[in-house]
Design a protein around this ligand. Structure first.
Ligand SMILES: NC(=O)c1ccc[n+]([C@@H]2O[C@H](COP(=O)([O-])OP(=O)(O)OC[C@H]3O[C@@H](n4cnc5c(N)ncnc54)[C@H](OP(=O)(O)O)[C@@H]3O)[C@@H](O)[C@H]2O)c1
Length: 221
């Protein structure tokens, strides 16, 4: 039976991904900060919680992340940059998934297709940035994209059939977007999960190290 590990399984998209994987007959284990004490901004917690995970997972899906952290929302102008808020963005959205990669890559099988997917965001694309604003979140997701790209190259040396990708889920109705989605076309977390899993299912190892949206279209870095 196929096995998946969802990190951030308590979130809007994470919960829906877990449910959609179950519905496909995949055996899923979920981990989160609120239920399991897996705080991605605390290296010791990542090492402890992931160090206790055993077995082989065909898919590791990182659905954690944040737009507003400790009350600091996305900046509208560079004048609003605050060092602490920017560091918090990097800690959660870039360093956190990197630590997951470090401690969970050992769970991926070397002898067959396996997937490491992390939720990034289209606004993390440098080439696609035409609006400005949200500088810390954008920069942290751009850093995550580089983490994924770099790790994908190394992973494919030890895991020939690995697929390591960054995904944009679309604008999804979750706690994260509640205050920001006005005027945008949105989708339910359930639809987003089905879309994202369909994209993952269609990917081949030759497409590792890329950034895809929920429809499977590549996004420029
Ligand atoms: N929703 C969208 O439209 C949208 C668009 C583009 C990208 N994304 C990305 O998709 C991902 C999931 O978003 P969502 O909408 O599902 O958000 P959400 O409902 O707010 O869920 C966020 C998840 O991140 C976890 N998390 C937050 N801080 C954490 C920490 N310090 N350590 C470990 N886990 C932490 C939460 O865990 P606890 O609740 O257990 O604390 C929760 O599981 C994020 O990376 C986001 O940037 C979302």
């Amino acid at each position: 039976m196929e096995r998946a590990l969802v990190i951030g399984a308590s979130g809007g998209i994470g919960q829906a991904v877990e449910a959609a994987l179950h519905a496909r007959g995949v055996s899923v284990d979920g981990l989160s900060r609120s239920r399991d004490g897996l705080d991605l901004t605390d290296e010791a917690s990542v090492t402890r919680v992931l160090g206790a995970v055993d077995g082989v997972y065909d898919q590791i899906f990182v659905a954690s992340g944040g737009l507003e952290i400790d009350g600091a929302g996305p900046e509208k102008t560079i004048r609003a940059i605050r060092a602490t808020a920017m560091m918090d963005q990097f800690a959660l959205n870039a360093v956190g998934p990197a630590l997951v990669l470090r401690d969970a890559a050992r769970l991926l099988p070397r002898d067959r297709r396996c997937v490491f997917a992390a939720l990034s965001a289209r606004v993390g694309s440098i080439g696609d940035n035409r609006l400005g604003g949200w500088i810390s979140y954008r920069a942290a997701k751009a850093a995550l994209n580089q983490v994924i790209r770099t790790a994908s190259i190394e992973l494919s040396r030890t895991h020939r059939d690995s697929i390591c990708v960054a995904l944009h889920p679309g604008t999804v109705r979750t706690g994260l977007t509640q205050a920001y989605a006005r005027g945008h076309e949105t989708m339910s977390a359930e639809d987003a999960a089905v879309n994202l899993l369909s994209v993952i299912n269609e990917l081949a190892p030759a497409q590792t190290g890329q950034f895809f949206d929920w429809a499977g279209k590549p996004i420029e870095w």
